[in-house]
Design a protein around this ligand. Structure first.
Ligand code: 5GP
Length: 143
């Protein structure tokens, strides 16, 4: 099966262009990281390359290489910020694999022993909570 083409108007492209607000925790020349609005656990963060690709199939290998180093940076920060026992990293490609937004991104999700994850794309979190959680991650990144 051939994947559909990248759509410039997907919701994460709009976040990148600043047309839609987001709670950003990290940005560099090639990548941004921001809070997932429907977190599966407190601190659920998304890391995405700025270069347009729908998912792993059409991604630029250099963008992928850089993005995974940012995933590591964010994983370390969320582990510290949320005193996590573990961190779950996920990345979905095409709807059959669970992808719902078609700009490549990685989920970085803190896990606590014995605490179940909330559903993927479940309930919208309160903005004040997302802002507070973003601050914790920024503080850990700057710590
Ligand atoms: P996917 O299923 O494509 O891997 O994940 C997309 C993620 O984006 C989901 O976890 C969902 O909660 C999150 N999401 C959907 N719309 C928005 C949005 O407008 N802003 C942010 N920050 N996250 C979103």
């Amino acid at each position: 099966m051939t994947s559909p083409a990248y759509d410039d108007n997907n919701i994460f492209a709009k976040i990148l262009k600043g047309e839609i607000p987001s709670y950003r925790v990290y940005e560099d020349e090639h990548t941004i990281a921001f809070m997932d609005v429907m977190p599966q656990s407190p601190g659920h963060t998304l890391v995405m390359p700025k270069s347009p690709s729908r998912n792993i199939f059409d991604a630029d290998p250099a963008a992928l290489q850089h993005a995974i180093t940012v995933v590591q940076k964010i994983a370390v920060a969320v582990q510290e910020a949320f005193d996590a026992d573990g961190v779950y990293i996920a990345q979905f490609n095409e709807p059959s694999a669970g992808q719902t937004v078609f700009h490549l991104h990685f989920h970085v999700i803190p896990r606590l022993e014995g605490v179940a994850l909330k559903p993927h794309s479940g309930k919208m979190e309160d903005g004040a909570v997302l802002a507070e959680n973003a601050k914790k991650i920024i503080d850990a990144l700057n710590g």
